[in-house]
Design a protein around this ligand. Structure first.
Ligand code: SF4
Ligand code: SF4
Ligand code: FES
Length: 469
């Protein structure tokens, strides 16, 4: 079917067959406001901020629910439409507390932006605002401020159409309407944090991020979740350079404040699972980080640790290396080029599903809890370490290793986390968030991550270590 010709504000445009006016407008860079519309959810058409006029027809029409017809002439930027949007905003904020100064969504709230753009006037109502629950317990991760909720139903539709937990519904009528748990809904939703991100106002609040920072102090850095073989795109939110804390509390400069889903239509669409939203806990776990080189359990300089490791490899009769499925494509290539032919290589998946963790589902979560098994197996095969092979030296690259399984061989450990014992040589290496790189996911799709933070002083990049051994 061919495209449909129509116009918005006298600008000639083409819509795809079946497309709505709002979708066609947004695709063509025309800014029609919307609150309840979401490209991945069914159309609710209940907020009415997207109203437009059709020339030759009476009244106003919600553009999110209006299929384009040939020759249609839409008016979206005229006095009448602006007046109607102002009225709609007056209605939407009738009971909204407008407590932007303390709201976590301030700075990225659609309602706040539209208020400035289309309304700009104080409430006309002489009645007191209707009060509703301020901290309704959605689950162990999320609070709902029902007074801020504009009943757009995005969160309800998400739990019914995407995560399929059916956790939420809208109860009561009129002024009493509110989002609540549905008795029939599941208590648990492994994708629930997406509703925080997709609530157009500050009604749904992350308990983890609550009151931690104003969003304008922060900036997103593109990264990849390492929680499973899907390798979803995420944004890691760090403090902006010019808002760095320079006195007490400077550790805030090294923190990942929150994680949000980053749209990647090839890999994860617009969602991630809650494990992805928890990546900041992994990044902020400073207590577990390996930050100092050591020889036989005693602190050493980087130079001495590298010299000792080089000597051990030179003296070994049957050296082996265990290579991690958390290493990046670039590091694995560097290892293959420099050390790959000098040692026998085994691969290792550092992480197994944790107790109670969803092993696999139909939406995103994969059973392999490592981000780069595809590349490590492509370069080095699938063989795992065998104590029976009689190696006298093992270079372990990765975390979560039990030394007892290495049959008394000498150990050089390249680790991001403090190990469970004292290897002969410990070389702390940078985490994924302290360097650039890419992973290859279970479908063979390559996903890049950027550097979020500087590495600690005595930590080395693994790819720089190999050439020096
Ligand atoms: S909580 Fe947010 S997403 Fe859910 S209905 Fe209210 S405004 Fe919409
Ligand atoms: S599905 Fe896998 S890669 Fe995606 S956010 Fe969840 S754990 Fe991370
Ligand atoms: S976006 Fe069209 S009615 Fe809400």
């Amino acid at each position: 079917m061919s495209n449909i010709e129509f116009s918005i504000d006298d600008k000639k445009l083409e819509a795809l067959p079946g497309e709505t006016v709002l979708k066609a407008a947004l695709r063509n860079g025309i800014d029609i406001p919307y609150l309840c519309y979401h490209p991945c959810l069914s159309i609710a058409g209940n907020c009415r901020i997207c109203l437009v006029r059709i020339k030759g027809r009476p009244g106003f029409h919600p553009s999110c629910n209006l299929p384009v017809a040939p020759g249609m002439e839409i008016e979206s930027d005229c006095e009448d439409v602006s007046a109607v949007r102002k009225n709609v905003m007056q209605f939407i904020t009738l009971n909204h507390p407008v407590d932007c100064p303390v709201c976590d969504k301030a700075g990225e709230c659609k309602l706040q932006n539209y208020h400035f753009k289309y309304n700009g006037s104080a409430s006309l109502s002489i009645d007191a605002k209707k009060h509703k629950p301020k901290f309704y317990d959605v689950n162990e991760r999320i609070l709902l401020d029902a007074e801020r909720c504009i009943l757009c139903s995005r969160c309800v539709r998400f739990t019914h159409e995407i995560s399929k937990s059916g956790m939420l519904g809208i109860t009561e009528r009129g002024q009493q309407s509110r989002v609540e748990h549905l008795e029939s809904g599941a208590a648990k939703d492994d994708y629930s944090d997406n509703i925080i991100q997709n609530c157009p106002v500050g009604a749904l609040l992350s308990r983890d991020f609550l009151y931690k920072s104003r969003v304008w102090y922060l900036e997103p850095v593109a990264s990849v979740c390492n929680g499973c073989a899907r390798g979803c795109s995420v944004d890691v939110w760090r403090r902006k350079h010019h808002w760095k804390v320079r006195a007490l509390g400077s550790e805030k400069n090294r923190m990942a404040y929150r994680i949000t889903a980053k749209q990647n239509d090839d890999i994860n669409g617009r969602w991630i699972c809650n494990k992805g939203f928890d990546l900041n806990k992994q990044i902020n776990d400073f207590a577990s980080r390996a930050t100092k080189p050591a020889i036989g359990g005693m602190d050493a300089t980087c130079q001495d640790a590298l010299s000792e490791a080089r000597k051990l490899i030179f003296e070994a009769k049957k050296p082996a290396a265990i290579v991690s499925a958390h290493a990046s494509n670039e590091e694995l290539e560097a290892f293959k080029k420099t050390l790959g032919s000098r040692v026998e290589v085994y691969v290792r998946k550092d992480y197994e599903p944790a107790a109670g963790e969803v092993v696999e589902d139909e939406l995103l979560i994969k059973a392999d809890k490592n981000p780069n098994s595809t590349k490590v197996e492509e370069l080095f095969g699938k063989e795992s370490f065998s104590a029976a092979a009689g190696h006298d030296l093992v270079l372990v690259w990765g975390d979560n290793v039990e030394y007892s399984a290495l049959s008394g061989a000498k150990i050089i450990h390249l680790a991001t986390q403090k190990p469970n014992g004292n290897p002969d040589v410990l070389i702390p290496i940078s985490t994924q968030f302290e360097r650039k790189g890419s992973y290859t996911n279970f479908e063979g799709k390559v996903n890049r991550f950027e550097q979020v933070f500087d590495k600690p002083e005595l930590v080395l990049h693994a790819s720089d270590v190999f050439g020096r051994l």
